[in-house]
Design a protein around this ligand. Sequence first.
Ligand code: AMP
Length: 482
Amino acid sequence: MNLNQLVNDTAFESFKRRNDKTTTRPDNGFYDLGIAPSLIKDINRLNFENPTPVQKESIPAGIHGDDIIVIAQTGSGKTMAYGIPMLQRLSKSKRGTGLVLVPTRELAIQVEEAIQSYSRSINIRSAVLIGGASMILQLKALKKNPRIIIATPGRLMDHLERKTVNLNDVEIFILDEADRMLDMGFVPDIKKIMKSIPDNRQTMLFSATMPKEIEAIAGKLMANPTRIEIDRSGATPAEVSHEMFFIKNQDKGRLLAVQLQQCSGPVLVFTRTKRMASKLTAKVKRMGYAAAEIHSNRSQGQRRHAMEGFKRGRYQILIATDIAARGIDVSGIELVVNYDMPANSEDYVHRIGRTGRAGKIGHAVSFANTDQRGSIISLERFMKTKLTISALPTLPSEKLLLREAGRVNLKKEPSRDEDPSKRKFSKYRSLKRKNFKKSGSKKRLMKRIKTKQKDLREKGRSDSVRRQTIRANGAEIQDKVN
Ligand code: AMP
């Protein structure tokens, strides 16, 4: 059944009429979709004037209770497209759970934040079950009977095996970024999870691309789903311009420096390996930028810190492996740099989807080797777009870059001295560093530190003796004057 048929569906019309008498704001682009007034109020608070195309199509179908498969580009407002129907359904009764399965931890956190932002008035409890986070806290959250569970497949499987979560009550199941799940090898876990969910649930599957394997899974998951295709599979946002440079590996750092110099907003840089992400972060920091890294060698705490810092503008540059390609929703990312080309065309689409979100302008720059021409041609075929190949600009020398960083001193990360929480330790640390260079062994280092500390204490004592003498002399002189 397509959407036009759906609109003609009489049951749906009567459902809409029932809701329309309570949604009283005809000036709001959302009022027409059958959304309950309390949720409209929360949407208004976000200052979203109109639904995005994916919301326009998916919200009425989702509220109607249909199973849907939605193909829409990243950053098109997918979270609200499934979040609103799920909240509306759950708010109608005191029972029933919504399960949202996402491929990455970052995306899970982000989805929870988004859902919270438009469910303030209905007050529905949620829990996030992701790897790398405290199991104890997750157990506590589960004990409070959350109505929405947002999870990554691995951690949800852990909970299922320990019998710490019960999915018998799931009424609405959402599979977000389904193609990414496939890439990350989550399909077996998803199949197991499916067995724990009642058959008569509503299922909504969202994906930016629709590989054949996902079509097959969708066929098993849903009976007679409504297919909503906002963009053809593989489309990237029209607002993003693409540029490509052919460059040798050893020159990439300097080309990145040129690109960064032209930006004042947030920049997301993708590398192929975790090692390269770390190395490049150090390099970018040396260039004088506030930068953070995010990849699977970082702890969950470090990943969260990096993401938060990037969102709040503490870090202008975020360097990531593909783990972050789907999870990042930072408004106004000015530039996405493919420092290394992605492994496949789908990943290119997802990486690029981090800029040009919600109709904003974005730019994507890719660094490729000449032997990658073949994969670029297949990428162009996949996106049905020709990529602009630019001539290399004059690249600055490494020395000049470092000198520039020192001279300009812009966008520098706050130093330890500027950060009051770290200031009290800096004296000890510099002492430790200085002595370590001289001594070389840990034992000798500790000895030197103790001697130095004793010297400092004694110096303090002798200073106070000197101060007392001066004070006494002063009093004596004063006596004489009087
Ligand atoms: P998503 O695709 O759900 O990750 O959303 C991408 C971005 O679009 C997020 O920052 C949302 O807050 C924003 N967004 C979602 N819906 C709308 C809307 N109707 N109008 C403007 N921005 C929106």
